[in-house]
Write a protein that binds this ligand. Structure first.
Ligand code: URA
Length: 244
């Protein structure tokens, strides 16, 4: 059982607050009866109408997960390793969610999860140049000349010229002999950041995705997730369609 305003918001009728306004204004019927009580609970079999039109219950869910390292970005694993599915609540496990793209087992950070195939297809389409920003802790000191080399692009996978959208030096830690970089990519080849750093002659110590287009990890602890807001889903959708 869910609160009526939550169900309306999940069905993309309006935001939670606007849905409450619709209820209070007497525009919502449940099984033929006008409901103006905000706490009213409904279940999947209830017939809900807004302004006389039946609503289609949300089958599509969209989440922003802060993935910890040590989890696979797959729905299941035949070797029994932990997957991002293990981070979902029992209720959400029923919705056949899966990750939009991938983060390596050893990579942490922002991963979108959904059960909307069309949305996933758009976002992962190669011509959709979505920015993904990574914080990369590299073993060793990367000198300026090497950063320029990385900015100009390096060769990975034998002959692919991988050129980042941006590279920023954040910290040179001489004491611990490591360098912290921010790398922004608009493509997503398999293990691209690790391969680029290796092509430069270094090794990645830690890798975290901190941004996906306009979305960041603010307010979402490692291992936790939050639903995307309606306007966030719409904005991602609009971006992807306009760029294909
Ligand atoms: N690049 C990588 O090397 N690994 C990831 O998980 C994401 C980008």
């Amino acid at each position: 059982m869910e609160r009526l305003q939550k169900v309306l918001a999940q069905a993309n009728i309006a935001s939670r607050r606007k849905s409450e306004e619709l209820i209070v204004a007497g525009k919502v019927k449940v099984n033929g009866q006008v409901i103006t009580e905000l706490g009213f609970k409904v279940n999947k079999n209830d017939n809900i109408e807004v302004d006389g039109k039946p609503i289609k219950l949300a089958e599509h869910l969209y989440f922003l997960l802060n993935k910890p390292t040590g989890y696979l970005s797959t729905a299941s694993d035949d070797k029994g390793r932990r997957t991002v599915m293990d981070l979902l609540t029992e209720e959400h496990k029923e919705y056949r969610l899966y990750p939009v793209g991938r983060l390596d087992y050893d990579t942490a950070g922002l991963l979108l999860m959904t059960n909307d195939g069309e949305f996933t297809q758009h976002l992962t389409h190669p011509s959709f140049h979505i920015e993904k920003e990574y914080l990369v802790r590299v073993k060793g000191i990367i000198v300026r000349k090497k950063i320029v080399e990385l900015r100009n692009g390096v060769t990975i996978d034998n002959n692919y010229h991988a050129k980042p959208k941006a590279v920023r030096l954040i910290e040179l830690d001489k004491k611990n002999q490591s360098t912290l970089l921010s790398i922004t990519l608009i493509e997503g080849k398999n293990k691209q950041v690790r391969k680029m750093i290796e092509a430069l002659g270094f090794k990645v110590k830690n890798l975290t995705r901190i941004r996906y287009d306009f979305l960041n990890l603010e307010g979402v602890e490692r291992g936790r997730y939050r639903p995307l807001k309606i306007h966030e889903v719409k904005q991602l959708h609009a971006h992807s369609i306009s760029k294909i």
